[in-house]
Design a protein around this ligand. Structure first.
Ligand code: NDP
Length: 293
């Protein structure tokens, strides 16, 4: 029988993921700001839980998509006795591996399985069902999680034990951050030399320095001066911090990631909690006294 899926966290990425889950499974949602859950319920026909405990009691599988592992832990602990044997928690938050191992350990005492299932691809891939999902955990949770995340995934990979999905996601996002900073700085210099952003990217995107940042983010968001807000810089700053911790804990040198950590922490202070991650380039432009066009 198809599982009943409870989804907690209807934010920028959680909402389009939950739309696809609700399309395929019997679904109940909860969101801290109730009006967002209510409009989701009206739009999709999903049930709306009065509180997280009601959702957990109803569901076979609970999904979380919250800012950090701290909010996940608070929700998990807050529902206390609602957990029961064979429940599965699939955490799609870009979380902290150590925190996830601790959450999984506590849940295991109640017979609850935990799988970390962070996603990559952004809000448009979520809407299209084309996210990449990295699973950390063990069977039978992995197979059960795979069935559900396939509602919004183009690619699902089981990467290792609990927390490894979160570690991989953090490293991926640290690479994204390195690319944003390096491309922003390099393009600012080229524009000052009289090379337009468009021409510079035409060459880079046919050369070895290309990345998602040069192929998609800068053309769509910087050259157009549109600066849409789809993924908060504050969340990327959090991800770089997790990556740095992973490198420190594994005893690996982390010079490059240390540098972007500082740049994004400063950008977060200057631009605020709601700024988009690509807006770091505004700070680079300001310091360089040039606009990348
Ligand atoms: P948002 O900030 O847009 O949404 C956060 C969600 O968490 C909202 O539903 C919010 O509720 C809820 N929330 C915040 N604080 C609490 C709390 N204390 N208790 C309960 N609920 C809370 O984040 P995103 O949707 O962008 O990101 C969610 C996760 O996915 C993050 O870990 C992020 O790093 C990751 N991610 C995001 C991507 C993106 O493109 N946006 C891409 C890939 C991963 P409320 O409505 O009340 O504010």
């Amino acid at each position: 029988m198809a599982p009943r899926v409870g989804f907690i966290g209807l934010g920028a990425i959680g909402r389009p993921m939950a739309v696809r889950v609700a399309d395929r499974f019997d679904c109940m949602v909860w969101n801290r700001t109730a009006s967002r859950a209510d409009s989701f319920g009206r739009e999709t026909g999903a049930a709306v839980a009065a509180d997280p405990a009601a959702l957990v009691r109803w569901a076979d599988v609970v999904m979380t998509c919250l800012p950090t592992s701290t909010e996940v832990r608070d929700v998990v602990d807050g529902v206390g006795g609602a957990w029961r044997t064979d429940h599965l928690l699939v955490d799609c938050t870009s979380g902290d591996p150590a925190a996830s191992r601790a959450i999984a350990e506590r849940l295991s005492h109640a017979g609850v399985h935990f799988v970390d299932a962070p996603v990559s691809g952004g809000t448009s891939a979520a809407t299209q069902g084309a996210l990449t999902v990295m699973l950390g955990g063990a069977e039978p949770g992995i197979s059960r999680a795979r069935e559900i995340v396939s509602a919004f995934a183009g690619k699902v990979v089981h990467v290792g034990s609990v927390g490894t999905g979160h570690a991989l996601k953090a490293v991926n996002n640290a690479l994204l951050a390195v690319n944003i900073q390096a491309a922003g700085e390099g393009l600012a210099a080229l524009v000052k030399l009289g090379v337009s952003g468009e021409v510079a990217l035409e060459v880079i995107n046919a050369s070895s320095g290309r990345s998602n940042v040069t192929e998609n983010l800068i053309p769509q968001r910087v050259l157009t001066r549109r600066w849409p807000r789809t993924f908060r810089l504050a969340l990327l700053d959090k991800d770089i911090g997790i990556a740095l911790k992973v490198l420190q804990e594994t005893g690996v040198p982390h010079a490059a990631i240390g540098v972007v950590r500082e740049a994004f922490a400063q950008g977060r202070k200057a631009l605020g909690e709601e700024a988009d991650h690509v807006e770091l380039i505004k700070e680079i432009e300001q310091a360089a006294g040039v606009e990348i066009r």
